[in-house]
Design a binder for this molecule. Structure first.
Ligand SMILES: Cc1cc2nc3c(=O)[nH]c(=O)nc-3n(C[C@H](O)[C@H](O)[C@H](O)COP(=O)(O)OP(=O)(O)OC[C@H]3O[C@@H](n4cnc5c(N)ncnc54)[C@H](O)[C@@H]3O)c2cc1C
Length: 478
């Protein structure tokens, strides 16, 4: 028996589902294979608010409500200082979710838009052909064959095609468990210890999920896991009373090392989500990043298949996008860990072993990365102060997402920008920048650009350019 499809996606986690949905919306016939009949039982997780926008982009506006997502504006953190502090994010706070339910709804949504979901199903065999792949798939209906143009690796950390990886941080193990007990905090908590950091999340069902991140070489044998975890948690004044708590189910250990695949695409294949890069869980943005790679990969595949002459451009765009995302995140985590190390471990703990090893391994690695773009600022410039284009700013062709395709566009390059920028808030920059007079001033520029953009957009564009030092004082003593 054969199946008909253009693209086969292996793995129905957030990345695989998001990619399958988007490709179907773009008119492709997609087969989505998932080996587990039920989404993995996972402890409580937190989502960054950007996921809301991504789901809206996929036409799944109501999904977070259906999933019972709860905003968590307040959290208790003991990270950089000795004292715990309550942190408030009143606008766009993180969302607490049941990951099993979230993944299950995404799978349902994929099937709902017309993705052919085979679950449970396994990829038994794959043969590359000049047109793509011939796959042998096993599911409840037996073994079936399908020929597809593209095979997508969305298998998460398991990895199917993108197996060679470079670590973006030290090897890290997560120990996790759900607890029942009389005294747990009713808000998410983050705490640090000499050899770990820990995360506690209250769940809707009254249980408390804990995740503790350690060096793998500090882990005891499986039989000792619960006692080990209990000891670490009990040392935290923030996370509650673990003497009186009982774990619900076994304590589990999973790899949580951040990495990036050495190649994220090749002839007839592409990797998305954790198969392409996995972030340090510190930012709780793994799901958002996984969906982001999936949305970009959908456009890359659409370009490859509809405009084969632009395939190399599309692949380059995707490789750069994944690399930049991983580097940006690594810089962020390195900064966080370095700050924590100062307070958690004493300055004399520079030895490669002993107390402070966990923090030692997680700090001081920033030199290995390309320099971070400078932070934008609010430049103090008078309205009539002469302005000129920075000598380091230039316009050059680059690949970008234009609608449903990857295309080349002239974009603005400058050291303060992580990546070249072709559009800003819907405004194409190249025509404006190439028509800039050698010397201008804020008042004149806003007046000039207001004619086509309106005064507000013109003012914010000028503010953005001066804030990034792309337009600077003409006689600048900077
Ligand atoms: C300890 C820990 C805590 C985390 N906490 C958070 C958090 O709070 N918030 C957050 O946003 N992110 C968190 N993350 C990261 C987040 O879980 C991942 O980034 C995200 O799940 C990646 O999505 P994905 O679709 O790429 O992979 P996955 O979610 O791993 O999905 C992969 C899917 O592929 C299937 N699969 C694998 N191999 C095969 C195969 N051969 N055939 C068929 N199917 C296969 C699997 O069954 C699975 O369903 C955490 C990660 C860790 C390790």
């Amino acid at each position: 028996m054969t199946l008909d499809a253009d693209i086969a996606v292996v793995g129905a986690g957030p990345a695989g589902c998001a990619l399958a949905i988007r490709l179907t919306q773009l008119g492709w016939r997609v087969l989505l294979l998932e080996r587990s009949s039920q989404p993995r039982r996972q402890s409580g997780q937190s989502l960054t608010p950007g996921v809301r926008l991504q789901l809206a982009q996929l036409g799944l506006d109501g999904m977070l409500r259906l999933c019972g997502a709860r905003p968590a504006p307040r959290s208790r953190v003991r990270w950089q200082g000795v004292e715990a502090e309550d942190r408030l994010i009143p606008q766009d706070p993180p969302l607490l979710i049941d990951r099993g339910r979230f993944d299950g709804l995404l799978r349902g949504a994929a099937a709902g838009v017309g993705v052919r979901l085979l679950c449970p199903a396994v990829l038994i065999d794959r043969h590359p052909t000049p047109e793509g792949w011939i796959l042998a798939i096993g599911d409840a209906a037996g073994e079936r064959r399908v020929s597809v143009a593209t095979l997508v690796d969305a298998t998460g950390r398991a990895g199917l095609l993108a197996r060679a990886r470079t670590a973006c941080g030290p090897a890290t193990l997560a120990l996790y468990a759900d607890w029942q007990g009389p005294a747990f905090p009713d808000l998410p908590c983050i705490d640090t210890g000499p050899e770990h950091w820990a995360w506690g999340l209250p769940r809707e069902d009254g249980l408390f999920s804990t995740l503790v991140f350690i060096d793998p070489d500090a882990t005891p044998r499986r039989a000792g896991l619960e006692a080990f975890l209990r000891r670490l948690l009990a040392a935290s004044p923030l996370l509650g009373d673990f003497a009186a708590a009982t774990p619900v189910g076994p304590v589990r250990a999973v790899d949580a090392t951040a990495y990036r695949a050495d190649a994220v695409s090749g002839p007839g294949w592409i990797a998305v989500g954790d198969a392409a890069m996995a972030l340090d869980p510190l930012s709780s943005s793994g799901v958002q990043k996984a969906i982001r790679t999936a949305l970009a990969a959908a456009i890359v595949l659409n370009t490859r298949l509809r405009r084969p002459e632009a395939a190399a451009l599309a692949d380059r765009f995707y490789a750069d996008d994944v690399r930049d995302g991983a580097e940006q995140h690594q810089r962020w985590t390195d900064g966080f860990f370095a700050a924590a190390r100062q307070s958690v471990a004493s300055p004399s703990d520079d030895a490669p072993s002993g107390r402070g090893t966990f923090w030692h391994r997680r700090s001081g690695r920033m030199a290995a990365l390309p320099a971070a773009p400078p932070t934008p600022h609010s430049a103090v410039l008078y309205p009539d102060q002469p302005l000129t284009l920075a000598p380091t700013a230039r316009l050059a062709t680059t690949s970008c997402l234009v609608g449903d395709f990857v295309e080349e566009r002239v974009a603005l390059h400058h050291p303060a920008l992580g990546r070249p920028v072709a559009w800003l808030a819907g405004v194409e920059l190249a025509p404006l920048m190439s028509a800039l007079p050698a010397v201008t001033n804020r008042r004149a520029l806003i007046a000039d650009w207001s004619i086509t953009l309106g005064p507000q957009r013109a003012a914010s564009l000028v503010g953005w350019l001066t804030g990034h030092d792309i337009l600077q004082a003409a006689c600048a003593e900077r």
